[in-house]
Design a protein around this ligand. Structure first.
Ligand SMILES: Nc1nc2c(c(=O)[nH]1)N[C@H]1C(S)=C(S)[C@@H](COP(=O)(O)O)O[C@H]1N2
Ligand SMILES: [Mo]
Length: 425
């Protein structure tokens, strides 16, 4: 008895110390700060929440995160946000674990704001090189055989602000234009087959029902292979931000092609050369020419913790590195971690599902001696492609690019445990 309360006293002191060391980042709760400082809420005392009844089952008909998690939100970058209707916010990767992004935290990228679509008036039209042009209601779409697939969506502009050097402090901003959810949808092939493809059909144009009417050309081979017309994400209806009630899923390919609020599919024999595949989402090369149709999102990874928004607060000793890796070509074969800016590499442990074109979670555990670190991760995918360094990318593509930056990220961990975004040469 005495011994166990002794132990409790010790762990209480340790907990208070670590809270103090982290600069009081743990938010004050429902009970008063003074009582907390005195440790009255800690063992061996009975905690406040153990003394009173909590909310009943009718208090939260749609559940929300704990109030202490209120900083775990999508964030935007002021200078990047010319208008909120045509802009982007970022997934808080540094706060997440596993491979699934919660619906409310999936980054958003809109060209004309979030369309407010009434599902009763929703229609999907198919025209062009088909035997029968058709118009489907949402109910019609739900009568096709459906499938459930977990895929990442990465905007081609993810990490784009880092092309010329490290700029933004936090993986939320440097790699946060990505999410990974389970979609429920109908294979696009089934819908195209219903309309009947003409023999000269080679391309499909997908068009959005938002005010931008955003559209992209997709080669028929891809459309028939693994694209989905999705109506659910993580089990529930798509969120308005993600294209409610229907979006196109184009696994492994750049996010721009995943047309939201999908209103029309046109079948043709050549690409349409729309705005989003000519003036945007092309890569300006060193020789001044633009590379077009870079559809596949190549293999990439990032350490999500520690990272600038998730510093080490426990001091030296046992430390867990957590990160994400993905490839539009398939699965992740291996992830290596370096503590010294890429001189020495050690294999990380991939944990959880290893699914095609989905995020993979990796961990690397080590004893931190408290000295500065240059943390990096490097992913290798199932086709043997190795994530390049930023220097290698610049050698191949010059410095004019924005899109398709899958270079290795470096985090400088300082003695204090604080982390900053840097580049090593
Ligand atoms: N109709 C429509 N579809 C769209 C967009 C849009 O603005 N309108 N943005 C595209 C871009 S550039 C990206 S990166 C993804 C973002 O998907 P998300 O908002 O679910 O993250 O949607 C794509 N689909
Ligand atoms: Mo995008």
């Amino acid at each position: 008895m005495l011994r166990s309360s002794d132990k409790a006293g010790m762990s209480r002191r340790r907990l208070l110390k670590s809270v103090a060391a982290s600069g009081g980042v743990i938010a004050a709760g429902a009970f008063d700060g003074q009582a907390r400082a005195n440790g009255e809420n800690l063992p061996p005392n009975v905690a406040d929440w153990s003394k009173y009844l909590g909310d009943g089952v009718d208090a939260r008909p749609y559940g929300m995160p704990a109030e202490y998690e209120k900083d775990v939100i999508r964030r935007s970058v002021r200078w990047l946000t010319a208008s909120t209707e045509s802009s982007v916010n970022f997934t808080p990767l540094h706060e997440l674990e596993g491979i699934i992004t919660p619906n409310g935290l999936c980054f958003e990228r809109h060209h004309a704001g979030i369309a407010d679509v009434n599902p009763r008036d929703y229609r999907l039209m198919i025209n062009g090189l088909v035997d029968k042009p058709m118009i489907f209601t949402l109910d019609d779409i739900k009568r096709f055989p459906r499938t459930n697939k977990i895929y990442f969506l990465e905007c081609a502009a993810n990490s784009g602000m880092e092309w010329r050097g490290s700029q933004l402090n936090g993986c939320q901003y440097t790699q946060g234009m990505i999410h990974c959810v389970q979609y429920t949808g109908v294979p696009l092939k089934l819908i195209l087959d219903e309309a009947g493809l003409r023999t000269n059909a080679k391309w499909v144009m997908a068009e959005g029902g938002d005010a931008s009417g955003m559209n992209r050309s997709i080669p028929l081979e891809k459309a028939l292979y693994d694209c989905l017309v999705a109506f659910k994400m993580n089990g529930e209806a798509l969120r308005p931000e993600q294209g409610y009630p229907v979006r196109l899923v184009v696994p492994g390919w750049e996010g721009n092609m995943w047309v939201k609020w999908l209103r029309r599919l046109e079948v043709g024999d050549k690409p349409w050369h729309t705005r989003e595949e000519t003036s945007k989402y092309t890569d300006l090369m060193e020789n001044g020419k633009s590379r077009r149709f870079t559809w596949v999102m190549d293999c990439k990874s990032v350490i999500t913790s520690p990272s600038p928004q998730a510093p080490i607060t426990h001091g030296k000793g046992h430390t867990v590195i957590s990160g994400l890796a993905w490839s539009g070509q398939g699965t992740i074969e291996r992830v290596d971690v370096s503590l010294d800016g890429g001189r020495n590499w050690d294999a990380a442990r991939i944990d959880g599902p290893r699914l095609h074109k989905a995020l993979h979670r990796f961990y690397y555990e080590f004893d931190w001696d408290g000295s500065p670190l240059l943390l990096q991760s490097r992913a290798i995918d199932s086709i043997g492609y190795v994530q390049p360094t930023k220097a290698e990318l610049r050698t191949a593509r010059g410095t004019n690019s924005i899109y398709h930056n899958n270079g290795i990220q470096t985090w400088h961990v300082m003695k204090t445990g604080e982390v900053e975004n840097v580049e090593v040469s």
